[in-house]
Ligand binder design. Sequence first.
Ligand SMILES: C[S@@+](CC[C@H](N)C(=O)[O-])C[C@H]1O[C@@H](n2cnc3c(N)ncnc32)[C@H](O)[C@@H]1O
Length: 164
Amino acid sequence: MFDSSDVQSVFSGNIAEEWEKKSRYINSLNGNDNMMIPTIKKYITSTSKILEVGCGTGKLLSQIDALTFGIELTGVEMSSDMLQQIDTLRFKNPVRLINDSVENFIDDNKYDIIVMKQVLHHIVSREQVLKKLAGYLNPNGVIIIMTPNDGYQKSILPFNPMMS
Ligand SMILES: C[S@@+](CC[C@H](N)C(=O)[O-])C[C@H]1O[C@@H](n2cnc3c(N)ncnc32)[C@H](O)[C@@H]1O
């Protein structure tokens, strides 16, 4: 059985350092390389407060940052090595990074949009985490999730659906 400390060790050291380099193997892009962006565009306004859970090396945060001025961005990420890859000076909007697990993090803020990209399948208590995140939404706030299915999960890490 895996737990969050296994996940943290997977996303540390070399993996964290190499994470952004993967895109160098892409020579050309036809269309959108992030299927979440069109959905985020439907909900974002120029005053949105946005939380990304498991923000990794900040790729999605910087794509959201490029959409508009005036928003506030927060990223929660349990791996300090992944967070260290983020250069906050490259953001045009304020960005706050929190080195903690989504299970443990506590925040006084509420959010209009919460995003999770390729993270939910790493979480053991998914229902609990989603309920927690729902409590951090402003009225009319939304949670937008991209996650692989169980087949993908089983191919990379042991998975027990009974734990969800
Ligand atoms: C597959 S990576 C995706 C990173 C980023 N969202 C992206 O799409 O490039 C999963 C990330 O979620 C983080 N993560 C996994 N479980 C987490 C948890 N319980 N709390 C916070 N971060 C978590 C991992 O450390 C890792 O950086």
